[in-house]
Write a protein of this length. Structure first.
Length: 301
C-alpha cells in the first residue's frame, strides 16, 4: 500500500478534499490512500466527519482529509456541524483538492469555490470523466472552468481508476512542503477501529435502504471490546421515526440481518480478524436538529 521511501528530500503535507455533496470525494480518498476508509453510497451527504487517510509514496507523505459535502440548504444542527468541519479543515491544510463533476457546475459548486483559500494551491479535480462521451465535448467546459480562478492544476480523472489516482499523486507531490513525515510509513488513518466500525455499518444502512431512508439516520457504537483476536461490537442505528425503524429492519428482519452480515464481513477484512456484531434499531425523533444529540452522536468535537 505504502511504498519504500527514496533518497529524494522528504515532503509532507495535508490535503483537503472538498466539494458539494455526491461528487465522489470519498471514492477519491479511498483511491488515493489505496484502501477503503471513507464510506460511499449513491445517497448524497453520506460523509459527515473529517476522515484522515495517509499515503506514503517514495519521498512524499500525503495526509488526506476527506470532508463532508458543504451544505447550502436545510441548515439544521447536523449540517451546521458538517460545515464547520469543512471550514476547519481548510484552515489547516497545505493543498486543496476541489472536486467537481465533469461537465457540470452547480450553484453549490460555486458556493464551495467561494470558501476556498487564496493563499494555498487549489487543484480542480474533474471527476467522473468516464461518463463524458465523446471526451472532446469537455474541452470548452474545461476552458470555462479555468477562468473561474487561477487553479494550480486542473486534473480530469475517474476516481474509480487506480491509474488516475496514481497520476494525481504525482501531480500533487511538488506542492507538498519539504519537511519530515508526521506518520510512520505504514500508517493508514488516525481514526480508531471503533469509529471505522460505525462508518462501515452506516454505509450498509444507506446502501441497503436507498432513497427510502432520510440521510439523518445515524449509527452509534455502544460497546467495542476485544477478547483475544475477537472483536465484540454492539451498535445502535438511530432513526427519526418508527416508520423508519420498520424500514431498516425489513420484512422478517431480513434487511437488518443482511446489513449486519455485510458490515461484519467488511470489518473483518479491515481489522484483519473475527468480529461478533450485534445491531439494534432505535427511534429518537428530531435528533438531527438537536445540538446536544448531534454532539452526543459524535458530530461535533
Amino acid at each position: 500500500m505504502n511504498e519504500t521511501p527514496s533518497a529524494a528530500p522528504r515532503r509532507f503535507g495535508t490535503v483537503a478534499i472538498v466539494g458539494r455533496p455526491n461528487v465522489g470525494k470519498s471514492t477519491l480518498l479511498n483511491a488515493l490512500v489505496g484502501a477503503k476508509l471513507s464510506i460511499t453510497s449513491h445517497k448524497a451527504q453520506t460523509t459527515r466527519h473529517r476522515i484522515l487517510g495517509v499515503r506514503t509514496v517514495g519521498a512524499a507523505q500525503f495526509a488526506f482529509v476527506d470532508t463532508p459535502g458543504f451544505q447550502t440548504r436545510h441548515l439544521h444542527a447536523l449540517n451546521r456541524a458538517m460545515n464547520r468541519t469543512v471550514t476547519a479543515a481548510l484552515a489547516e491544510v497545505d493543498v486543496v483538492l476541489w472536486v467537481v463533476e465533469a461537465g457540470r457546475l452547480t450553484a453549490q459548486d460555486h458556493t464551495v469555490l467561494g470558501v476556498l483559500p487564496h493563499d494555498r494551491p487549489v487543484i480542480a479535480v474533474v471527476n467522473k470523466l468516464d461518463r463524458v462521451k465523446p471526451r472532446e465535448t469537455l474541452l470548452p467546459w474545461l476552458a470555462e472552468l479555468g477562468r473561474l480562478r487561477a487553479f494550480a492544476e486542473i486534473v480530469p480523472l475517474s476516481a474509480k481508476k487506480a491509474a488516475d489516482a496514481t497520476r494525481l499523486l504525482g501531480i500533487m507531490e511538488p506542492y507538498l512542503p519539504q519537511q519530515d513525515w508526521i506518520y510512520e510509513p505504514d500508517t493508514l488513518t488516525d481514526r480508531s477501529e471503533r469509529f471505522l466500525a460505525a462508518e462501515i455499518l452506516r454505509e450498509k444502512l444507506f446502501r441497503l435502504t436507498g432513497d427510502e431512508l432520510p440521510y439523518t439516520s445515524a449509527v452509534v457504537i455502544d460497546q467495542f471490546t476485544q477478547d483475544g483476536g475477537l472483536r465484540r461490537i454492539a451498535a445502535s442505528i438511530i432513526v427519526d421515526r418508527d416508520s423508519h425503524k420498520a424500514m431498516v429492519i425489513g420484512a422478517g428482519g431480513e434487511r437488518l440481518k443482511r446489513m449486519s452480515t455485510e458490515a461484519r464481513q467488511d470489518m473483518q477484512t479491515l481489522f484483519g480478524g473475527p468480529v461478533f456484531l450485534e445491531v439494534w434499531v432505535k427511534t429518537r425523533s428530531g435528533w438531527a436538529d438537536d445540538q446536544a444529540a448531534v454532539r452526543a452522536f459524535g458530530y461535533e468535537d
